[in-house]
Design a binder for this molecule. Sequence first.
Ligand SMILES: Cc1cc2nc3c(=O)[nH]c(=O)nc-3n(C[C@H](O)[C@H](O)[C@H](O)COP(=O)(O)OP(=O)(O)OC[C@H]3O[C@@H](n4cnc5c(N)ncnc54)[C@H](O)[C@@H]3O)c2cc1C
Length: 590
Amino acid sequence: MAQETPLYKKGGGFLLAETPAGEMFTPEEFSEEQRMFAQAADEFMEKEVLPHNDRIEQQDFDLLRDLMKKAGALGLLAVDIPEKYGGLGLDKVSSMLIAERMAKQGSFSVTWGAHTGIGTLPIVFFGTEEQRQKYLSGLASAEIIGAYALTEPGAGTDAMNIKTRAVLSDDGKYYILNGNKQFITNAAIADLFTVFAKVDGEKFTAFLVERDTPGLELGAEEKKLGIKGSSTRSLTFTNVRVPVENVVGEIGKGHHIAFGILNIGRYKLGVGAVGAAKEALKVAVNYAKERVQFGRPIADFGLIQEKLAHMATRIFVTETMAYRLAGLLDEAMAGLDPNAPDYTQKSWNAVAEYAVECSVLKVYGSEMLDYVVDETMQIFGGYGYTQEYPAERYYRDSRINRIFEGTNEINRILIPGMLMRRALKGQIPLIPMAAKTAKETLTLMPTMMPRPEGPFSNEKFALGMAKRIALTLAAVAADKFKENIRNEQEVLAGLADIVTEVYAIESILLRALKSGDALMASIVEMYTYEAMKRIELRAYEILPYMSEGDELRTLISTVRKLVRPFTPPNLIQKRREIARKVIDLGRYPF
Ligand SMILES: Cc1cc2nc3c(=O)[nH]c(=O)nc-3n(C[C@H](O)[C@H](O)[C@H](O)COP(=O)(O)OP(=O)(O)OC[C@H]3O[C@@H](n4cnc5c(N)ncnc54)[C@H](O)[C@@H]3O)c2cc1C
């Protein structure tokens, strides 16, 4: 990234600098072309996919393949593939808009996501010219279906520990693969697998393995809780001969591909959660409007309205964070020449820059969706628990999102870990800023401090305090544990949650400032207050572990001082206001 990039635009920079409101991309700024792509994806889902929900859920894989081909014909598989290889090479905002729409049907969404993401992108970013020419146009049209095989029975989260071996044949023309892979999405319909194996048991490497290569066998379909219409199988490799020209990237560098590709999967998962949650909210509110108890639609009741308001709020937060990230990615890639030889390397660097934000979105989005589908089921009452209504499927389909693309535990650990790595590489001035902030904070008198001018004065002030708490705790943790911090998982997860709330508050505040919308303003006031309470609690959980005696008392009272100056807004009133809009529109209100 160029040196003059302002700090607030750098990956993780949101924690250290103020972003001017005008500088953040928001959904209100989608271009006509971006909206057209979203609409095409919407129509495809409504006309082609959703009517076949039952057949998809019964694992009609012929239908799934046909649907993928139809999606391919509409360009919905080609978004992230450069034009010169038969793709559309669209911007990341369009790419996210399409991912959001695809998520209306969980099984299809996972099939589509694995194909266009982990099944295609290793070739886009790391393939040789021959590999790109050979496979990408087929992947764009679904003539070829892609899959990605990293996980093994003994190596899930601990993916560096894979045991699949690759040994060069005596004639030097093939790598011979032996080993087992577990939980491979699209296995039943895939023609091409990106397989990770260790050359000579040591050098982590990616290989392209075609489905009909002798020695590659598929296991039975896993019987899953949800996303039942997607295929998940194990793979067995017995002396599978893979031509040397099918090595992707460099021998021994496959882990960069394996883990880097997941960053893209993570932001797509986050935005997919937005699409799935909007669908669940729509179904839930319309049921609430029709279902009558005590002579009134249940949507009239305060506790149902409270749920609808929380659901819409959390979707709004995730949506805003997602498109902020898409805007940053597009800006980082703007000006890159798609025909330049270093184009893919530079666009890869742009995604790597925002790996922290990708993890934030994955964790927040997956937990938001679990919350939304849980409340959807609650709104449906006993009927929600039956297969007659979609609430039950939404509930089952959502749960996988906290497990794959790096479990949420691992992503929580990664968030502060990656921030620290960027700091140590000199990419962001986290260490000096945290130390300086911590020192200042201990003597600060927030009640005496002037409030920012203009709208959202309280919330802007709160955001400043939230950043201050995050940086102070980071400095205390770094001082206490030094390099052993990596073993203090509960502290890291606490920091991750605080950092995530900072990103959330800032994102919605900037969006509301930019749009001037009154309902967004209510959401910002409500959410900021609630998020500050969560930040306070998280701080109280980790501080007594990091400090004691007078120092602990001072730190606790400092955190209390930093969050105290906020009078609670009329939360009940604001929630009713948000719910009213959801009820009137019968859907997510923005
Ligand atoms: C439906 C489905 C589709 C999938 N699709 C694919 C695919 O297409 N390709 C592919 O390669 N893989 C795929 N996976 C695999 C998926 O990515 C893994 O299941 C996931 O990475 C977790 O690995 P694991 O299941 O072995 O769990 P484990 O790694 O055994 O983890 C179990 C628990 O321990 C926790 N844990 C593990 N290590 C740590 C640690 N260091 N610190 C704290 N907690 C830890 C985890 O967070 C988790 O809660 C899929 C899985 C499913 C269920």
